[in-house]
Design a protein around this ligand. Structure first.
Ligand SMILES: [Ca+2]
Ligand SMILES: [Ca+2]
Ligand SMILES: [Ca+2]
Length: 140
């Protein structure tokens, strides 16, 4: 490989990284498209709630209707990068936000409440729908 081709490859890969970081900070299109089931480019309150229910199902690994913190950690693979698998993972901001009664379990109602609060925050023009423009990080 010539030094020139190495230089070009480096420029291309660093450009790709900065583009994906930028997209994640502003508009998460894959999350939006997954929530917008009728593909009208607007997320309705019903679509947002259906998404939160699906999200709850992916977190509740043993299907008992409660998301313990261990399940949350496993579902999000928060330990996969850690060399010590027994190290305890501190609760994430999202988990603390959702666990209103601080019992270290999330109920479906707690997750839905977070979804409603985020929906209200994202719907800046208060028309009851979230457009792609309004859908900013951290999303729903
Ligand atoms: Ca929609
Ligand atoms: Ca569970
Ligand atoms: Ca709106």
């Amino acid at each position: 490989m010539t030094s020139r081709s190495i230089f070009v490859a480096t420029v291309i890969s660093s450009t790709l990284i900065s583009v994906s970081v930028f997209a994640g900070a502003t508009f998460n299109s894959s999350q939006f498209l997954g929530i917008d089931r009728n593909a009208d480019n607007q997320v309705s309150a019903i679509e947002a709630e259906a998404y939160r229910i699906r999200y709850f199902t992916t977190l509740d690994l043993n299907g008992d209707g409660r998301v313990e913190f261990d399940e949350y950690v496993e579902a999000h693979k928060l330990k996969s990068n850690s060399s010590n698998t027994n190290a305890s993972v501190p609760p994430t901001a999202e988990y603390k936000e959702a666990d209103v009664n601080k019992d270290r379990e999330l109920s479906l109602n707690e997750l839905l409440a977070v979804g409603k609060a985020r929906f209200a925050q994202l719907d800046t023009d208060k028309n009851g729908l979230i457009s792609q423009k309004e859908f900013v990080a951290p999303g729903l």
